[in-house]
Design a protein around this ligand. Sequence first.
Ligand code: KIV
Length: 276
Amino acid sequence: MYTQLEQRGMSEPPVNVSTLRQMKQDGEPIACLTAYDASYAALVDAAGTDVVLVGDSLGMVVQGHDTTVPVTVDNIVYHTQAVARGLRHAFLVADMPFMSYTNPTQALDNSVRLMQEGGAMMIKLESGGGQLEIVEHLAEHDIPVCAHLGLKPQSVHKLGGFKVQGREPDHAREMVESAKQLQDAGADIVLLECVPNEVGQAMEDALDVPIIGIGAGPHVDGQILVLYDVLDITQGKTPRFVRNFQQGHDSPLAALQAYVKAVKDSSYPAPEHCFS
Ligand code: KIV
């Protein structure tokens, strides 16, 4: 079954959705990072990262835009192809960019592009109650889906900035309810961004699927950060949840290994990286 992997000299099969579910069940934290090209993808993979996301954050950290809004499906396909060539072990997720999933048919067409042309194994979309029909349609076609809740950067102009979400109890309850509905519609994992710790805990209590957090506190099943933040490449002010892992390490690989270790031993995120 794994003939092609033996040819690549792999000792272990790659991570897949079942591995992620098993890790949640076993209480093993899931270490995730973004990547945008083959060289960094190879380093992230060598460091032992479980999940690699080709995020539309590439619009900001690679292309230099102020938001993720200008990113196109062609951009994501191009970067996913490059990242796929660098990976041996990690599970590859690709972002559906702004306005690429406005209805079920468009969402399916673009997911197929990310998987067939790009090599993604799962697609991620910024979700809420409005995406239930879309997630259901993708799930019916066996497209693995990551539902992104909390701070949704593609909505930055509607939100009026990149802000912590779910501080008001009603909003927090609504978010947990949406997450449950998305899970029932077929979402395989949830990515939860920039919420107070209690919202992370409430999601964890409510959902069966693995939850990956970024600025969502320590109670979720895994953590993700933007690669350039971890390696201290990002200039200027970074969000509270970012930790510079390059500090104290003399190579990018050592920094990435330190990140994976800190996620696995739950020393990241520390209280100073969390919201209340
Ligand atoms: O685009 C991205 O990098 C993301 C982050 C939340 C990881 O979605």
